[in-house]
Design a protein around this ligand. Structure first.
Ligand code: G1P
Length: 287
C-alpha cells in the first residue's frame, strides 16, 4: 500500500530556543535560508507523500503562512524579475500536494500529538517526521525507508547508534540484526538512563506506522516525563505486529539542541557554493 500521508507534530513550544521562539514557531528557525520544517516537508513530498498533516498549537501562524501562497510577494518578485526566488516560494507545495492542519490543544506528548491526527490518517499506513531531526543525505531518509516498508509490510523506524551516555534523550531499542541495514525490534523504551538502556540503538524522527498504532495511542497511558509516548504505544503494538528498525544512510543533526542547530547551519552552508569560501576563510581565523 502506498504511503500517501505524513504527520508532522509541530505543537512544541520551543522553550530551548527562547528568547528567539517567544513570538516565533521554533520550526521556522532557519538553517541557512530555509526554515527547519521545510527540509522535512521537502523530504516528504520528494518521497511521494501527497498529504502533509501538521499537528499544530498556539503561535504557529507563521508556519501556516509559510506553506500558503503569497500572491502579493509573488507579484512583487515577478515585476522585479527575481525568477529564481519566485520559483523557490511557489514550489514549496507541489500541485499534487495538500496540507491539513489540526491542533493538539494540550501538551500531552508526542504520542498524543500523533493521536490527534487519527481521523485524518484513517485506516492506512502513514509516515511521521520529526523536523528537529534534520538529516543530510544523498537519498532523503523517507525515500530510503519506503522501499523497506514495501518489502516488510510492517511498521519501520529510522535508527542510529548514539553515545552510550545519552540514551536518556532517545527511544532505545532491544533489537536483533536480520539484514544489512535492518533490525527486528523485540522491545523499546523511551529515554532510559544509560545503566538501564537495553542498547545504544536509538530511534530517530522518521517513522512509517501501521494504523493499528492509534489503538494503543488512544489508551492515553503516560510514560517518560509524564507524557503520552509514541515509543510506549509502539512497544505495545509489538505484541500484535513486528516492527523493524532501519539504519539510514546520512548525517543527522539534532536541531532541537542549540549546538546541533549551529552544526546543521554550518554543514548545510558548506554545501553552498555562494557561501562556502567566505565561511571557510572565516573559520580559519577562529581558535
Ligand atoms: C522523540 C521520541 C524519541 C526519539 C527522538 C528522536 O523524543 O520520543 O523516542 O528518539 O524524538 O529525535 P524528543 O526528542 O521529542 O524528546
Amino acid at each position: 500500500m502506498k504511503i500517501k500521508k505524513a504527520v508532522f507534530p509541530v505543537a512544541g513550544l520551543g522553550t530551548r530556543f527562547l528568547p528567539a521562539t517567544k513570538a516565533m514557531a521554533k520550526e521556522m528557525l532557519p538553517v541557512v535560508d530555509k526554515p527547519v520544517i521545510q527540509y522535512a516537508v521537502e523530504e516528504a513530498f520528494s518521497a511521494g507523500i501527497e498529504q502533509i498533516i501538521f499537528v499544530t498549537g498556539r503561535g504557529k501562524k507563521a508556519l501556516e503562512d509559510h506553506f500558503d501562497r503569497s500572491l502579493e510577494l509573488e507579484y512583487n518578485l515577478k515585476i522585479k524579475k527575481k525568477y529564481d526566488l519566485l520559483k523557490a516560494i511557489k514550489e514549496l507545495v507541489p500541485e499534487t500536494g495538500t496540507i491539513i492542519y489540526t491542533r493538539q490543544n494540550q501538551p500531552l506528548g508526542l504520542g498524543h500529538a500523533i493521536w490527534c491526527a487519527r481521523d485524518i490518517v484513517g485506516n492506512e499506513p502513514f509516515a511521521v517526521l520529526l523536523a528537529d531531526d534534520l538529516i543530510k543525505s544523498d537519498v532523503p531518509v523517507l525515500s530510503q525507508m519506503i522501499p523497506q516498508f514495501d518489502k516488510l509490510q510492517s511498521s519501520i523506524v529510522a535508527v542510529t547508534e548514539v553515545d552510550k551516555n545519552k540514551t536518556d534523550q532517545y527511544g532505545i531499542l532491544d533489537a536483533a540484526q536480520i539484514d544489512k541495514n535492518i533490525v527486528e525490534i523485540n522491545a523499546m523504551v523511551e529515554k532510559p538512563a544509560p545503566d538501564k538502556a537495553p542498547s545504544n540503538l536509538a530511534i530517530i524522527g522518521r517513522y512509517i506506522l501501521t494504523p493499528e498504532i492509534f489503538h494503543y495511542l488512544g489508551k492515553n497511558k503516560k510514560g517518560s516525563g509524564g507524557e503520552i509516548q509514541l515509543t510506549d504505544a509502539m512497544h505495545s503494538l509489538l505484541k500484535k505486529q513486528s516492527i523493524f528498525g532501519y539504519k539510514f544512510k546520512g548525517d543527522r543533526f539534532d536541531c532541537g539542541d542549540k549546538a546541533g542547530f549551529q552544526m546543521a547551519n554550518l554543514a548545510f552552508a558548506m554545501e553552498r557554493s555562494d557561501i562556502k569560501d567566505k565561511l571557510l576563510k572565516y573559520i580559519k581565523t577562529l581558535g
